[in-house]
Design a protein around this ligand. Structure first.
Ligand code: SAM
Length: 237
């Protein structure tokens, strides 16, 4: 078993200590949040029942999801994140929602086990890749349990085309440096160090295989980022 030491500490560090850098990356759409969250909104509008429950796994400041949920008939919002500063912002961001909001400060692997009730849509944006392949499976299986037969799990994560290994994916990540002009060299290297120590992409086929092993039978690739560094999948029982 490939166990990566201290994922909690490493994975949370970029958000907790380098919040400004991550916001810069999002605000400049370097990770294609605009397209990913647009795709998520389309999925919600097409699939979510009136009064639907939405689970945001590793919600961060919830700024992306709040734009997605605007004007939808949401009935319950649950967000989970390790980072207290991120959740402090999320508390303000989600105050505009006209439904019960539950923000949980916890490792989502623990928090997911204590969530009660049906989840209609579970979303993970750029967080599952902090885990090794065999550590991703129980998380997806827990989400499959939470959404039951009717719900939907959607994730947008680091991904490779089939045949590419992690080193090759990291080499392609490095090609972003000349394009990410909003980052100073120090900021770029902070992000690069984080990605090299904490990010574990899966190939397209490996993500789909994990989904099947977790108990999903319908798995649809919804989006590939223009850089081909990230992919979005929608999974149903
Ligand atoms: C790259 S940000 C993604 C934020 C947001 N979902 C997005 O799409 O931009 C990763 C987030 O995952 C959180 N995180 C990482 N590992 C976590 C874990 N095991 N449990 C809960 N939150 C975690 C971090 O605190 C951070 O807010």
């Amino acid at each position: 078993m490939n166990v990566i030491p201290s994922p909690r500490d490493r994975a949370a560090s970029l958000f907790q200590e380098q919040w400004t850098i991550y916001r810069k990356m999002v605000d400049n759409n370097y990770l294609f949040h605009h397209e990913a969250y647009g795709c998520l909104r389309d999925l919600i509008l097409r699939n979510a029942p009136r009064g639907f429950s939405f689970l945001d796994v590793a919600c961060g400041d919830a700024r992306g999801t709040i734009g997605v949920l605007d004007g939808t008939p949401i009935g319950r919002f649950i967000g989970i994140d390790l980072s207290a500063p991120a959740l402090a912002v999320a508390r303000k961001t989600t105050a505009t929602l006209d439904c019960p909001v539950d923000l949980i400060e916890s490792d989502f692997r623990t928090a997911l086990k204590s969530i009660k009730g049906q989840i209609d849509i579970a979303w993970i944006g750029l967080s599952l890749h902090h885990f090794a392949n065999d550590q991703k499976l129980p998380i997806l299986a827990q989400l499959r349990h939470l959404v039951g037969r009717e719900g939907l799990v959607v994730f947008y994560e680091n991904a490779s085309p089939d045949g590419e290994d992690r080193d090759q994916w990291l080499q392609r990540w490095d090609l972003q440096q000349s394009l990410w002009t909003a980052l100073t060299p120090v900021e770029w290297h902070a992000v690069r160090d984080h990605v090299r120590s904490s990010d574990y992409p899966e190939t397209r086929s490996a993500w789909i295989a994990l989904g099947h092993l977790a108990g999903f039978s319908q798995i649809e690739e919804m989006m590939v980022s223009p850089t081909d560094l990230f992919r979005m999948f929608a999974l149903r029982a």
